[in-house]
Ligand binder design. Structure first.
Ligand code: MG
Length: 405
């Protein structure tokens, strides 16, 4: 079959809620190396010449947020967002049913595999066009034991014949439709598309996948993927920045010292005989940073977004607010350029804690600690801060527009 890209549609199931990675929201929307995880996945398809059209299957709660992405992240191949079903299989079927255009080959790829290379996608398209199906897989390197009760081993499986299957899983359109129809008719549930084609009694062809094509499930996987993305200089890397388009913002905050409260600064608990008075944990440094970020976005100030009259923010760790503001930054297509802040305090001595603050703030904003600088100074005994009545913080931040590669 001689294919042009317009005859190839990719369906990206991204409707799961994925609570395993922590965070309590769709893990695919969490930041990874400067932009939402799912954007990396979509970017790989944008950069794959073999695919012409992309359908993203989403949860209804996420639909509004994602609808801005084609423009924000310049994802021109997205034809539509489709509401998914309760299981992955339902979601892929919803994607298939939404396709009212001509298509010869369908690529199904997990939204949670952001490290997929465009070359691997193209390889599966080429093989599926010729042979009907093509499923990315890698040989199993661990020895696999069989146990019925999870305690005692009954036997050892022959590793030579075992394959760990990934996505992309690519099929001729008619074959995948037939496999879904048969599964629906039989009430058959498979954990991947290949299982449905096997159920139909049709051959499934393996093509060599990549060990780096990880499925991001746990918080640990995020750390591995971040390291991978930051160390790779791949041409499809979203982390390329257009330094000609940047924005800056400034923030300032002041809180009064009172006895009987903990002292939180920069997301770090600092031993002291008094703490700062406030509705949240009163972390003046993080408040100044939030205000600087909001200022750079042109999005008002912290009091507007997290009012101190709202009981939801009573006693809340300010690092939660910072993480939230950090997500707005990536949602709007920006990444942190750098951030510089100063704490003005007579007491306590802050030098021993500055590095911990820097690391904490960088983690909350999903950037590198070398993009963050935290300083402290006294007021030489002058004024209210000099008299130890409170402390203040100021912050300056630059944001850089993430650009098309
Ligand atoms: Mg404040």
């Amino acid at each position: 079959m001689n294919l042009s890209a317009v005859q190839v549609t990719a369906i990206i199931p991204a409707a799961g809620r994925g609570h395993r990675a922590g965070g309590g929201e769709n893990k695919l929307l969490l930041p990874l190396a400067g932009c939402p995880l799912l954007v990396h996945t979509l970017r790989a398809f944008e950069n794959c010449g073999a695919v012409g059209v992309v359908v993203v299957v989403v949860h209804p709660e996420d639909q509004k947020r994602l609808s801005a992405w084609p423009q924000t992240y310049r994802l021109g191949k997205i034809r539509r967002f489709v509401t998914g079903g309760p299981k992955r299989q339902d979601s892929v079927r919803c994607g298939l049913e939404s396709m009212d255009w001509e298509c010869e080959v369908v690529v199904v790829h997990d939204g949670a595999r952001p490290l997929v290379r465009p070359e691997l996608i193209a390889r599966t398209v080429e093989v599926a066009a010729r042979e009907g199906s093509a499923v990315a897989a890698v040989p199993v390197t661990d020895t696999i034991k069989w146990s019925e009760d999870g305690r005692q081993v009954e036997r050892t499986l022959d590793r030579e014949k075992l394959w760990a299957v990934q996505t992309p899983q690519t099929f001729q359109h008619a074959l995948l439709r037939a496999a879904h129809a048969q599964a629906a008719a039989d009430g058959y549930q498979g954990t991947d598309e290949a299982a449905l084609v096997e159920h139909l009694g049709q051959p499934v062809v393996l093509v060599p996948g990549d060990r780096s094509n990880l499925k991001i499930t746990t918080a640990e996987d995020f750390a591995i993927a971040t390291t991978f993305l930051q160390s790779s200089a791949q041409p499809w890397d979203i982390h390329k920045l257009d330094r000609s388009i940047s924005r800056v913002g400034a923030g300032y905050d002041l809180h009064r010292f009172v006895p009987g409260r903990e002292l939180w600064l920069g997301g770090v608990l600092i031993p002291h005989n008094q703490g700062l008075l406030g509705h949240s944990d009163a972390d003046a440094l993080l408040h100044a940073i939030c205000d600087a970020l909001l200022g750079a976005l042109g999005a008002g100030d912290i009091g507007h977004h997290f009012p101190d009259t709202d009981p939801a923010f009573q006693g809340i760790p300010s690092v939660v607010l910072l993480e939230r503001v950090g997500r707005w930054v990536v949602d709007r297509g920006y990444a942190i350029g750098n951030l510089d802040a100063t704490v003005l305090a007579e007491q306590p001595r802050l030098a021993p804690y500055l590095e911990a603050m820097r690391v904490r703030i960088a983690a909350a904003l999903c950037c590198s600690p070398d993009q963050v600088n935290i300083k402290a100074t006294t007021c030489e005994g002058l004024g209210a801060i000099g008299a130890g009545e409170g402390l203040a913080a100021q912050a300056l931040v630059s944001l850089v527009r993430m650009s098309e590669v």
